[in-house]
Write a protein that binds this ligand. Sequence first.
Ligand code: ADP
Length: 248
Amino acid sequence: RYGLQTRLIGSKIVHFNVTGSTHLVARQLAERGIEEGTVVIAETQTRGKGRLGRKWSARQGGIWMTVVLKPKIDPMHAASITLMAAVSVTKALRELGLEAVIKWPNDVLVNGKKICGILTEMSAETDMVNFIILSAGINVNNEVPLDIATTARAELGHKVDRLKLAQSILEELDEDYATLREQGFTPILWNWRRYSDTLGRPVEVTYQGEAIRGIAQDVDDAGSLLVKLADGSVRKIVSGDCIHLRSL
Ligand code: ADP
């Protein structure tokens, strides 16, 4: 267990040198009933996944991992898991001295560039979640092909102990997930607000084909973004695939 100080996350660890996608491996394991807390981690992924079939670059030197969760929450509140993961990663990056902030719903940024992407996928019945596959890709010492992306090494100016950082992320996640189970989403949301780079700012959201402009006002208990429009009304943006958020 790599000396991991956790109660649940990392109860089982599946490690690959190379795999197609840790997300897909974890999904298959979850479908076969693997225990909650299982972590799938790879040194490199040949077919890293983003949202909407987009590609995720996952070269050697980054942290590419997926966790299987089975939260007893309403499927309508599944986005809270994405927001929780962003908080956990942000806390771990801040311990390294990085000024990490969260862009709703699923990115962690440093100096305006993406250092971590989070991808969640749910299997659910109408009123219960079977499992949630939570993937996080963290740029650490790896090369990133894009100027919208950055790495911990580039921001800090030195190489980072990747194993220690992975441990610290899993420990933060373990703690936040315990909080979520015991006290619900509210305490997580307080931390989310603290690290948010979205709230209070003018944004444009493309949502269900419509461009919505306004001020990002808050996030509700289901993880939806509340945008205040010029006429004073508030629109709720449900976290999902068809969203593009731009800070104006
Ligand atoms: P977003 O939520 O920003 O729309 P996704 O979560 O779908 O993006 O992730 C895929 C996108 O992230 C890609 O289209 C690419 O622009 C960007 N990307 C791919 N690999 C990386 C990486 N290693 N670090 C940061 N950004 C990346």
